[in-house]
Ligand binder design. Sequence first.
Ligand SMILES: O=C(O)CCC(=O)C(=O)O
Length: 269
Amino acid sequence: MSEPKDTQVSIEERFLFDLQGFLMLRGVLAPDECAEFLGVIKHLEGQTFEDKWMEAVGPGRPTRETSRRHQIRLNGLPRLDSIFDRLIDHPRVVPYLREFVGEPQLINTWSISKFHGAQQGGWHRGVPTTDYSYRNGVIRSRMFNLVYFLTDNGPEDGCIVALPGSHKSNFDLTWQNYSRLELPGTVAVTGSAGDVLMFSETVIHDGLPKTTHPVRSNLYYNYVHAHYNVMTREPKNCHHFYFPPEIRARFTPTQRELTAWMELARWEY
Ligand SMILES: O=C(O)CCC(=O)C(=O)O
C-alpha cells in the first residue's frame, strides 16, 4: 500500500482537523439512503443473534448489545447485511481516510440507536494522544472514526460530545467527574441526517443523554493505520472486526484494499 501524493482535502480542512481533532462533512448521505439504512437497522435490532462463535472462542461482545438502557448497539455491520459494505469506501470520505490515516484499514463497525431516556455513556478516547502526530507537513491519526448520522443529532438527541483539541492535550483530568457539558471546553457535535463526523480516536468524547423521543441512529466505521495490530487490541471483539473470505468476496477493490489485513489474520473456528 502506498501513500497518496495528491489530496482532495483542502488546507482549511487540514487546519481545522489538526486544530480540533475532528471535522464534519455535510450531506454525505441523501435522505433516501438514510431511510434505507434505517430500515435495515430497525429490522436487525428486532432480531436475536445466537452468537454461536462464542462456543468456540469464549465470551465476547454479542452482536446485539442492550447492556445500556434505552440503547441498542449492533456489532460487525457487514456480517449482518451487505448494505453496509458501501460505507467502507464511500467516495466522499476516502480522501480524508488517506489524508489523515495514511494507510487506512477498517477495524470495527457498529451502530448505536438511542431512545428517549438513554443516559450519558462515559468519557473515553480509543488511543492515547501519542497516536496523533503532525510531522513534515503530514497529519497522522493512528485510529480514526467515521460516524454516519442516519437521523438528526440535535443537542438533546443524545448526540456525540467532544473536547476539541484533546487529541494533543498535555493534561488529563478525571474525566468521569464531569457530566454532560461540564467538562471544560466540550462541545455538542450536532448535525443532520446524512452528515458524517470524522474524528481522531485520540479526542476525548462521549454521547449526551437523550431527552427527545424520535430514535437517534448512527453508524460507526473505525479505521486504523496498517501498522496497528488489530487482533490484539480487543480479543473479545475480533469476531466483529474480522470478515471471512465469503464476505470480502463481494467487496469492491477499494473495500478489499481497506480490509487487506483480514487476508493475514487467522480467525477460524
Ligand atoms: O453516539 C454516542 O452516543 C457515543 C458513541 C461513542 O462514543 C462510541 O461509540 O465510542
